[in-house]
Design a protein around this ligand. Structure first.
Ligand code: 26M
Length: 818
């Protein structure tokens, strides 16, 4: 079954076994006659890594030769998850490795489970970055990702007694075979100090004399494309002490203190900040952002200068993508380097800056726009503050000419927010200096234009665009749902959809084919069994495979309304309790699965997690209920858990109050896996309705334009009696912890219900009933499920990336020969 090509490429089972055993002996340093699963995983990973390195070198050489315009994707967060399965699939050697391993007495799937997740991000934004990197590689774009190599990724969530506790995620403890330390690629990053004037050839220049220096070391993470030799890189920076760090201390003779102090430099890249959605002006976080920015900009400029004599061609060769405002100091840093180090002069430097930046925002809420206190910025980065002031001065002067002396509007648009504490508005800086501002769905873009960035839209309508998010079908079907993958390829008669997702639409032709229905149901069953086994291993709970697996997994946030789900569950429970035996027989059994992390400081989100647990405790132990309703909380939800949960879901919930979810991307993964959606008309859901049709999704709730009026009603807002009843059950201690949940109840009653749970409750319950009704009609359900997957093509990140490449970045594929 293995061809000559495999032998030629040393991808035949014999060569692979030799590689693996060599790594067992020389990399893992174990006897090749005795090693356990984890050691086998390590050796396997290193064999894969060797192949990644080969291809990556070829890709680098090819890019250097062709010198195409490159995309630099700057993000402080990447949620990569595991690498093994994705890598071998994209390299096209999965079956060869599986075969080699089985001859050695190991099972590929078992070894793959040994790998821990790389969780260098919080949620949607970070996982999107990972999907986009994979699509960039697959579509042969010359791109490089830049990020931070946090020692501690996102906290591990542990549930004790129903409460969330956070534990550090020391993911590097057992080594990381997927990175290559580039100890010779280092840059010095400066902090603090003063700015002085200096004269050179009669021109005045600013010189920044730093007070502290830290070294940035590159760690390269190869990202292989699928169906191509191209392998691009995600370069992550780690901080290490600089030899020049605080020389003073050595001179004063305090040697031991000086060495200990040096070590503190490493803290800059030590921890990922958990999303608190309100920037608190933490110095370490700003330091982290600049550390990342400075190292990346030095690397980008060095690479450009290696191939070019001057900066004339810079805008034709470099595109910088800012993933939200977190990396927007890059703008000031590029200005600084071009002015103070390359001596280009303000006009030329500014001209270049205006041509190279594009900015994507991932939020709808004005509160989450990052502001940096001027004092903090001025002390840490004195030269950058000057540059930002200069950019702002020019901007405001020009603006006055265009809009006149409308002081309110000038104040709103200024980069500097005046007030008791002066702040730098990073979003304003990013919009002013970028040629393009992208939203992440059509609805999001409309909200940006009419609300969040209205003033800027009116000034520069041509800057505002959107690229609806997408996810990669390689990870979210091929890796995570092999049975569905095989089924799709069989019915389409080709595997080409793995690179060309539009082909999925071909499944529509078989939407009522009874043979496909049988196979489709089998695939879902296999995945439900896998999920049920996981649930039992984790919680001891046995769940019925006949029940509807109803999944609600995402970061816990009030706007995402996990609370609405819980209230709905209580309502369902209450209804069952009040039924007679006969009616109970008609109830559609459900397994309600919730998973997600709450930010450590987010009190209300943590209460929601606890509420789910107390309700689960009561319902799961109620003998009247049995298999009719079971509640499961999946702890520590992350990428690898998602890969298991999503394929096994019958129904998934996306309940954000309309106008609050910029896009949402998990819904896309569920859709691709033939899971039906119960959702509000928000974010990308609106575009999904267009693709799959209104009949194939359970919609509910107020539409975006109705939300303001509902909110305005306050205490006069009509809410259904059932809603009041379930809230009262919590309030009166039906599930215990009466006092603890008081504030939670207060927040959704008596006109305080900002996210409109009461207003949407009746409609939510109706949509749930519609889902129940559809589920018992197996043929109808299966048809809907097929149509969901068939219509999911638009939501591939391949489409998103192609749009960015063509319309925003101006880059072309640069394919390396096989
Ligand atoms: C803030 C302060 C301190 C530390 C971290 C943060 C922070 C980090 C990430 C704040 C927000 C962060 O991400 C926002 C985010 O994930 N937005 C989501 O982006 C997805 C991809 O575009 C969208 O699908 C979601 O709708 C959007 O909520």
């Amino acid at each position: 079954i293995f061809g000559l090509m495999d032998v030629f490429l040393k991808n035949d089972p014999i060569s692979l076994q030799k590689d693996i055993l060599d790594h067992v002996e020389f990399t893992v340093a174990k006897s090749r006659f005795s090693f356990d699963d984890f050691e086998a995983y390590q050796a396997l990973a290193h064999s894969v890594r060797d192949r990644l390195i080969e291809r990556w070198h070829d890709t680098q050489i090819h890019f250097s030769k062709k010198d195409p315009k490159r995309l630099y994707f700057l993000s402080l967060e990447f949620l990569m998850g595991r690498s093994l399965s994705n890598s071998v699939i994209n390299l096209g050697v999965r079956d060869q490795f599986a075969d080699a391993l089985s001859q050695l007495g190991f099972e590929f799937e078992v070894l793959a489970e040994q790998e821990g997740d790389a969780c260098l991000g919080n949620g949607g934004l970070a996982r999107l970055s990972a999907c986009q990197m994979e699509s960039l590689a697959t579509l042969d774009y010359p791109a490089i990702g830049y990020g931070l190599r946090y020692q501690y990724g996102l906290f591990r969530q542990v549930i004790l007694d129903g409460f969330q506790h956070e534990q550090p995620d020391y993911w590097l403890n057992f080594g990381n075979p997927w990175e290559i330390a580039r100890i010779h690629i280092t840059y010095t990053v400066k902090f603090y100090g003063t700015v002085t004037d200096e004269v050179l050839n009669k021109e005045k220049y600013k010189v920044w004399v730093p007070g502290e220096m830290v070294e940035a070391v590159a760690y390269d993470n190869p990202i292989p494309g699928y169906g191509t030799r191209n392998t691009i890189v995600l370069r992550l920076w780690a901080a290490k002490p600089s030899d020049q760090h605080n020389m003073e201390a050595y001179n004063t003779g305090d040697y031991v203190d000086a060495v200990v102090n040096r070590q503190r430099a490493e803290s800059i890249s030590s921890i990922l900040y958990p999303d608190d959605r309100s920037y608190q002006g933490k110095e370490l976080q700003l330091k982290q952002q600049y550390f990342f920015v400075s190292a990346s900009v030095q690397d980008i400029i060095r690479r450009f200068k290696d191939a070019h004599k001057n900066f004339d061609e810079f805008p034709e060769k470099v595109a910088l993508q800012l993933n939200d405002t977190h990396p927007s100091l890059t703008i000031a840093e590029v200005m600084r380097v071009l002015l103070d180090e390359e001596h280009l002069g303000w006009n030329r430097a500014w001209d270049i800056v205006c041509k190279i930046f594009s900015f994507t925002t991932h939020t709808v809420s004005p509160d989450s726009l990052v502001k940096i206190p001027v004092d903090l910025l001025g002390s840490l980065l004195p030269r950058h503050l000057q540059i930002i002031y200069d950019i702002n001065f020019n901007f405001v002067e020009n603006l006055k000419k265009m809009i006149g002396l409308d002081y309110d509007r000038l104040a709103r648009m200024s980069i500097v927010e005046e007030g008791a504490v002066k702040n730098i508005r990073m979003a304003n800086l990013a919009i002013i200096c970028s040629h393009t501002v992208n939203g992440v769905s059509r609805l999001h873009s409309e909200l940006l234009k009419t609300k969040l960035f209205k003033d800027f839209y009116e000034l520069w309508p041509h800057k505002f665009h959107y690229k609806t998010n997408g996810v990669t079908q390689r990870r979210w079907i091929v890796v995570s749902n092999p049975s569905l993958c095989a089924l799709i390829s069989k019915w389409l008669g080709t595997e080409a959809w793995i690179r060309d997702i539009d082909l999925l639409i071909g499944l529509r032709d078989y939407a009522t084919n009874s043979e496909l229905h049988q196979e489709w149901k089998m695939v879902k069953k296999v995945n439900k069994i896998r999920l049920a086994e996981y649930i039992e291993a984790m919680s001891g709970l046995k769940v019925s495979l006949d029940a509807m697996f109803d999944v609600h997994t995402k970061r816990v946030h009030e706007y995402k309304r996990q609370l609405l789900n819980i209230l709905g569950i209580i309502h369902r429970y209450d209804c069952i309790k009040n039924m007679n035996k006969n009616d109970r027989r008609k109830v559609v059994p459900r397994v309600c699965i919730i998973g997600g992390k709450a930010a450590p400081g987010y009190e209300m989100a943590k209460k929601i997690i606890k509420l789910f647990h107390v309700v689960a405790e009561k319902i799961n132990n109620d003998n009247d209920i049995g298999d009719l309703l079971k509640l499961v909380f999946i702890p520590d939800y992350n990428v690898s858990v998602a890969e298991l949960v999503i394929p096994g879901a019958d129904l998934s919930q996306h309940l954000s109050t309309a106008g609050h979810e910029a896009s949402g991307t998990s819904s896309m993964k569920f859709l691709m896996n033939g899971c039906l959606l119960l959702a509000t008309e928000d974010g990308s859901t609106i575009e999904m309705i267009e693709e799959i049709g209104r009949d194939n999704i359970f919609l509910f709730g107020a539409a975006v334009h109705e939300v303001p009026a509902l909110r305005k009603k306050g205490p006069a807002l009509k809410v259904p009696l059932q809603f009041l009843r379930v809230v009262r059950m919590i309030r009166e201690g039906h599930f215990g912890f009466k006092d603890y949940f008081k504030s939670l109840c207060d927040k959704i009653e008596g006109g305080n219900d900002y996210f409109l749970l009461g207003a949407d409750f009746a409609s939510y319950i109706e949509a749930q009933a519609a889902a129940d009704k559809a589920f018992v009609d197996e043929e109808r359900w299966t048809k809907m499920s097929i149509l969901c997957a068939a219509g999911s093509g638009k939501f591939s990140s391949d489409r998103t990336i192609q749009e960015y490449a063509e319309k925003t970045w101006g880059i072309q594929p640069c394919r390396c020969a096989f």
